[in-house]
Design a protein around this ligand. Sequence first.
Ligand code: HEM
Length: 383
Amino acid sequence: MGHYGEPRVARIALERLLLFQNSVYTEITENTLLELVHKVGSNPIMSDESSTAQAVAPCPRSLHWFAQTLVVLTFLLITVGGMVTSHDAGLSVPDWPTTFEYNMFTFPLSYMVGGIFYEHGHRLLASGVGFLTIILALWVTLSDPRRWMKITAWAALGLVIIQGVLGGLTVLYMTPPSISVSHASLALIFFCTTITIAASTSSRWSSLALRWKEPKPAIFRYAVAVLLIIFVQILMGAYMRHTWDSEYGLAVLGFPLSNGQLIPEFTDSVVLVHFIHRWFAFAVAGAIVAFVLSVFTRANHLMHLVFPSLILLMLTLTQIMLGILTVLGERKIYMTSLHQANGALLFGIAYMIVLRSLFPAEASAVEKQTAKEGSSNEYPLPV
Ligand code: HEM
């Protein structure tokens, strides 16, 4: 049985192996499997020298759920952070790490009114996310055998600490744009690390990872390009949101005309960035449409990307609509908040697509099989 201590685990691994080798899954009998289990050590894919599937260890499914919860809470935290900006509430609490000289955890809830509600609420939620990230880092260290996973989990903790300090400095230095924009961008990078941990503790990843060391599919580079384009667009959004004094209203009014002109006078860097942001959105949408088309034209090979790329396209169209409504409504609070939150979601989905596109097409057949098997509390975890 080689190094596979558990027959069930070895059996699942062999079933997957046979799928990869284009064997007819339904023809696999119990005996064939048992025979193959004994040959595991000599199989080039399953042997110790192999780069894939060489270690199988049980991993608690609860770790995956925990990581997923952290992803959801992080998205919520980013949304609440956006609401702090939309309500112009960044300086409602003038001190940090205390809240009106109270320890932030003993600050009376009855005082959480107006802007304080958003700013202090954001701090509390951020502390919760930070606390859960500590637990996650410890849990991963104790139960996940993969070195890169431990590094990612501790990197997530490092990021959340830096993020907290940046948030504090934003307050202490009265929301300087450079710190506020860094705070907004780092939030997305932290979001991506939580998504990485949640995705790579799933049983789906466990099966997909059997092909991890294969050459990266061409679609991977395309997905990375799409992610970077979206990131640049979000950076521009953050720059104008945090640089422009909102008391002046929007830097560029009206749509499709800008301040009544096809091309406005660029009296301020924010006017220029706003103008680029509104039209670059269509370049972003074009790149995403092209990505979706390329997934669809190779759909039989890229089945695992079809659904997420459709979601990505839908979120992009929604995002453009929300952006236009933000301008036409002259920065209505709920509209800017929705635009910011949907932007973060869009980025998260684009990142998930990047992760998924790491795996070759054939893996999706195995993935479906694993999803069917996913009822147990433990699953095989290739390193
Ligand atoms: C793919 C398309 C788009 C993406 C990903 C995107 C993303 C974002 C994000 C994330 C923010 C907030 C940044 C932050 O607070 O950290 C933002 C702000 C903004 N976006 Fe977009 N956007 C897109 C399209 C558009 C379009 C088409 C328009 C207008 C026609 C627009 C107008 C604005 C405006 C006016 C703001 C600043 C709102 C404020 O001052 O509160 N966006 N964008």
